[in-house]
Design a protein around this ligand. Sequence first.
Ligand SMILES: NC(=O)C1=CN([C@@H]2O[C@H](COP(=O)(O)OP(=O)(O)OC[C@H]3O[C@@H](n4cnc5c(N)ncnc54)[C@H](OP(=O)(O)O)[C@@H]3O)[C@@H](O)[C@H]2O)[C@@H](O)CC1
Ligand SMILES: Nc1ncnc2c1ncn2[C@@H]1O[C@H](COP(=O)(O)OP(=O)(O)O)[C@@H](O)[C@H]1O
Ligand SMILES: [K+]
Length: 502
Amino acid sequence: MKILSAQQIRAADAYTIEHEPIRSVLLMERAAAECAGWMVHTFGENPPPFYIFCGMGNNGGDGLVIARLLKEHGFSVQAWLVHHSDKASEDNLANQPHYPELQHIHSLTDFPSIDAEGVVVDAIFGTGLSRPVEGWTAGIIHKINDQRGRHTIVSIDMPSGLMADKPAGHAPCIHARYTLSFQFYKLAFMLPENADRAGQVVILEIGLHPDYITQVQTRFHVVDKHIVRTIYQPRDPFAHKGTYGHSLIIAGSYGKMGAAVLSARACLRAGAGLVTAHIPRCGYEIMQTAVPEAMCETEDTQHINTHFHETVKDSYATIGIGPGIGTEAATAKALEKLLSQYEKPMVLDADALNIISTYPFLLHKIPHSSILTPHPKEFERLFGATEDQFERLELLSSKARELQLYILLKGRYSAMACPDGAVYFNPTGNPGMASAGSGDVLTGILTGLLCQGYTPKAALLLGAWLHGLAGDLAADDISEESLIAEDIINYLGQAWLNVRNT
Ligand SMILES: NC(=O)C1=CN([C@@H]2O[C@H](COP(=O)(O)OP(=O)(O)OC[C@H]3O[C@@H](n4cnc5c(N)ncnc54)[C@H](OP(=O)(O)O)[C@@H]3O)[C@@H](O)[C@H]2O)[C@@H](O)CC1
Ligand SMILES: Nc1ncnc2c1ncn2[C@@H]1O[C@H](COP(=O)(O)OP(=O)(O)O)[C@@H](O)[C@H]1O
Ligand SMILES: [K+]
């Protein structure tokens, strides 16, 4: 799914009006009807009172239509027009007479006291916000936020105060429980700094013209079922274990053998034909017992520090390196040697990335189209700090282009940058996965997918999706709280079935 900028969303709106064709006031009606439908579906059993705050633009126009539709549905509704500007938009004006009970707010003192617990609908500003909200209108936003504990706040299209594709900094902004976003995610929703502003994002189809959406060029995307379905390749009925490659997992050190076990097991569960684990000797019994399906190569020390045997170049379809290997100087030397002799795309994570941040020249030795999977701290160590998260996304995209690598920056919506500069966000996953070892599992999954012949881009998008989906399926069964990395591996099979049957 493409992520459109605010300007492209306006163009999609205009294109739809011209080519469907549909009058703009009817497109507003259609969008608002989707919102009202969601509200009836979500709160309809025993509907609480609705308090709807409308601005002077088309976002406010949506609010006016929602107020009328909910009232017609028999809900208890009160609506206010927040006069932040002198002029209302045409479609806003057209809808005002259809909601005669409309009340007016001209200053902070007009803010109503809202007693009974209910739903506050924020339809003050949407994609037309052009500058930070100031003055008494900012006061209204703060007053609505003060109601957070007692009321459910639902924002229409955007939480008011947030800009779709610019940093909001500390500007006043609604903190919504839900944001009902029209047809697309906005880039701002993908960033951790806006998590408690957008709340849970619900995408509502409003029938924007498909021709516009197909032809519009965007750098940012959200991975969806459609993308995943086109990547997925069923296994060949005549396959043998050689068909799906032999991968090498280089992981673990004394006290961190769990990382190696998780990566190797995830690599197998992702579908690799054969897996060899390259580990320190102290982990031999652990690995052979915990993952009998994997073969082992060992080193005589507690860290990985010798050069890898000469066959590394030819024997392995791909390599996953990093979880738990530590950052000893000898391990760094071994990594340098490996990067000098191995030429196919591989997966680098955790301590492999930390070593590279200490010896940045290694960045240029990584085989083209390899996948790096830093979490935000590792990313900062590798590429430096940025002013804000929009700037960090730009840095991510430009580094992927410059180094011709795939870089996955971990998070709620992991951001995956490609060598052409495109960035895909992964929507699956949950906070239960914020627990030790989840990243080691991801390394194993990505290695397993590369190994069986998925291209680096396909492995990256499918791997991140499967990893998060397995976490979601696990959380559904055993809760986010008790989810551990091993569960992600155990639910990988169900995630595969889900992808296959999509
Ligand atoms: N996408 C679609 O296809 C569809 C989109 N639809 C809806 O349209 C919405 C976009 O509507 P929009 O363009 O009218 O902008 P909106 O967000 O209402 O704000 C504009 C108003 O705010 C004002 N203003 C701006 N900044 C301000 C500030 N800091 N402080 C104070 N005032 C400020 C500005 O006035 P001015 O800048 O002139 O002062 C103007 O009055 C979109 O989010 C969605 O809800 C659906 O109806 C149909 C299908
Ligand atoms: N709140 C969350 N929502 C979705 N995914 C998450 C969340 N928290 C963590 N994850 C995922 O879990 C993984 C954690 O990786 P990482 O921080 O490297 O863990 P570790 O080093 O302990 O293995 C990442 O893939 C990340 O995207
Ligand atoms: K809004």
